[in-house]
Design a protein around this ligand. Structure first.
Ligand code: PEP
Length: 248
């Protein structure tokens, strides 16, 4: 049985004042029946860990370097994230793949570094609109999945996020059958590569999840939760999404 997970990606949004949003969530959900994760800017990780002490809400990073330490100005290593109290790290988000030209091989190396540091890697994959319109969605997702997951991946240390690039921050959402098709494909691919353990990986959907569409998305087979960007910034939006997953 896979435990459901809802993860918030705050991206480059968040100062100390925004910790009040997390405190509102932990107050509203004192004993959640689903896993909760928020990945704030790195500057807030340690403070968010302190602010949520005693609650099951987990805190994660949004990227890590493939090396544990060294001369890489501006980068953050997986052991450093762990030291700050993070338990997860988002890797291969489409904004990193676009803004920093990250390749599948780099994402795989980062995921391996995350596993070595004891972090759960949340690996993002997804097609562009051009790729979907060209009928390449499953081929693209399959290639990204194969290339981005290291052999150290297990259902316990890795979560997959299917995020169509064209749905991120746009308000556009695939149809439920389109989501179902890709999640079933990912599930089958995981079984081929990881055998029985493939059934234990959680597969999240990400891309314009909102309170108004969360329940129907969570009803799609093989959707084990969501990775949420914009709607994770305010407790008033994220709370109903958590409630929808809890009821699914
Ligand atoms: C994301 O950035 O991972 C994301 C899904 O963003 P949004 O929910 O804003 O589309």
């Amino acid at each position: 049985m896979r435990r459901k997970l809802v993860a918030g990606n705050w991206k480059m949004n968040g100062t100390r004042a925004d910790l009040a949003e997390v405190q509102a969530l932990t107050t509203a959900f004192p004993a959640p029946t689903v896993d909760l994760l928020i990945c704030p800017p790195a500057t807030l990780i340690a403070q968010m860990v302190t602010a949520t002490q005693g609650h099951t809400l987990a805190v994660g990073g949004q990227d890590c370097h493939a090396n544990p330490k060294g001369a890489h100005t501006g980068d953050i290593s997986a052991p450093e994230l762990a030291d700050a109290g993070a338990s997860h790290v988002i890797l291969g988000h489409s904004e990193r793949r676009t803004d920093h030209a990250e390749t599948d091989a780099q994402v795989r190396a980062k995921a391996q570094a995350a596993h070595s540091a004891g972090l759960i890697a949340l690996v993002c994959i997804g097609e562009t609109l051009e790729q979907r319109e060209a009928g390449q969605t499953l081929a693209v997702v399959g290639t990204q999945l194969a290339g981005s997951l290291p052999d150290t991946a297990t259902g316990a240390n890795t979560v997959i996020a299917y995020e169509p690039v064209w749905a991120i921050g746009t308000g556009l959402v695939p149809t439920l059958p389109q989501i179902a098709e890709v999640h079933a494909f990912i599930r089958a691919d995981l079984a081929i590569r990881f055998g029985a353990d493939g059934a234990t990986f959680r597969i999240l959907y990400g891309g314009s999840v909102k309170p108004s569409n969360a329940a129907e998305i969570f009803g799609v087979p093989d959707v084990d939760g969501a990775l949420v960007g914009g709607a994770s910034l305010k407790a008033a939006d994220f709370g109903p999404i958590i409630a929808a997953l809890s009821a699914a």
